[in-house]
Design a protein around this ligand. Structure first.
Ligand code: NAD
Ligand code: UDP
Length: 345
């Protein structure tokens, strides 16, 4: 099949149009993870049939147990580095399968790279065979350690090909290329969401990302670990806003295949984030400083002009608001799972 141009027929294009409100069958790869489980919930609540595919590497059944057993929800334990065989029609595929936390995706960098590249290939093949639309959960990491701020989609990035983050960054960049080429060569309707740091309930308390680390540390009275000086910045998007953006992007016109930044432009240093978390949890945890991880980006802030103009999307939940349900969630998780003192509810 390599090099052969197979354009989809009119029937396939109609099936992939995504513009109507009919009930669809939707594959969500990585659907047991933090973002994926919220996406499962939202699309299921809209009446769609969900096939959630996950190898449970960082995902948890507890994120989706409430859907298991429902006639419109199916879970399949599967690693996307292997071809995915699905009986019957598929209308849409969301590819969220990939660990997102740096300490997690660095445990087995070769598998992380395979997940992005082989996972994209296998799911793109499924999309082509079924005439389905497909959306890639790409990342702000394609900009690496950016030299400009905010980052618009036409910025090509500053990425190290041979560092501890490269398996993730270059895997995601390669996946974007595959999405572009399957659209160009085979007429698959592809969408690329460049997701910036997202947080909210259902993050794994042991995930290792900054919001989960700081909140769990503050709630359990442990030291807050700031890496480097804490002057590096990130822009934090609440998960509900992201899910709205992903669904809007999937429903956008078929010809809209350019990458789209999805994130909240509110920018904070890690020092500021630590102070906000301490304040909200009324914690007395001390701030301690640890080595800055290699290639840790110094700044990150999305330019969301494209998402605003083309999708009519922008985030609605500021960090100060979104942290409240997030802290309440972690407090409940800690109460369930540990005997450590928990300061706030
Ligand atoms: P997560 O780690 O909670 O979820 C990833 C899910 O993918 C997990 O359920 C995991 O078990 C599954 N998975 C990993 N490798 C797999 C494989 N080979 N086969 C099948 N399933 C596999 O992370 P998240 O925060 O929910 O991120 C979801 C997606 O969004 C990821 O692709 C991530 O790269 C992307 N993203 C997230 C953020 C963010 O801040 N949350 C930012 C940028 C991009
Ligand atoms: N970070 C930190 N303390 C932690 C975890 C992370 O200071 O306990 C920093 C990390 O070095 C980075 C920022 O917080 O500068 C965001 O890290 P995260 O792992 O959440 O995401 P990413 O680096 O992929 O944006």
């Amino acid at each position: 099949m390599a090099g052969e141009i197979v354009k989809m027929g009119a029937v396939d294009r109609r099936r992939a149009s995504g513009s109507n409100n009919r009930i669809k069958r939707i594959v969500i790869a990585g659907g047991a993870g933090f973002v994926g489980s919220h996406l499962c919930d939202r699309l299921h609540a809209q009446g769609h049939h969900i096939l959630c595919v996950d190898n449970l590497e960082t995902g948890r059944m507890s994120n989706i147990n409430h859907l298991v057993g429902d006639a419109r929800f199916e879970f399949r334990l599967h690693d996307v580095i292997n071809p995915l065989i699905v009986e019957g029609p598929v209308d849409e595929i969301y590819n969220l399968a990939c660990a997102a936390s740096p300490p997690k995706y660095q445990i087995d960098p070769v598998h992380t790279f395979k997940t992005s590249i082989l996972g994209a290939l296998n799911l793109l093949d499924l999309a082509r065979d079924k005439g389905a639309r497909i959306l890639q959960a790409s990342t702000s990491e394609v900009y690496g350690d950016p030299e400009i701020s905010p980052q618009p989609e036409n910025y090509r990035g500053s990425v190290n090909t041979v560092g501890p983050r490269s398996c993730y960054d270059e895997g995601k960049r390669g996946a974007e290329t595959l999405f572009h080429d399957y659209n160009d060569r085979y007429g698959v309707v592809t969408k690329i969401a460049r997701i910036f740091n997202t947080y909210g309930p259902r993050m794994n308390p042991e995930d290792g990302r900054v919001v989960s680390n700081f909140v769990v540390q503050a709630l359990s009275g442990r030291d807050i670990t700031i890496y480097g000086t804490g002057e590096q910045t990130r822009s934090f998007c609440y998960v509900d806003d992201l899910v709205t953006g992903l669904i809007a992007l999937m429903a956008s016109p078929a010809e809209m295949t350019d990458p789209v930044n999805l994130g909240n432009p509110g920018e904070f240093t890690m020092q500021e984030l630590a102070r906000i978390v301490l304040d909200k949890t009324r914690s007395k945890s001390a701030l301690v400083y640890r080595d800055l991880p290699v290639d840790d980006p110094r700044q990150r802030r999305p330019d969301i002009t494209r998402a605003r103009d083309r999708l009519g999307w922008e985030p609605t939940v500021p960090l100060m608001q979104g942290l409240d349900p997030t802290i309440a969630y972690f407090a409940a998780e800690l109460r369930r799972n540990t005997k450590e003192p928990v300061r706030a509810s």
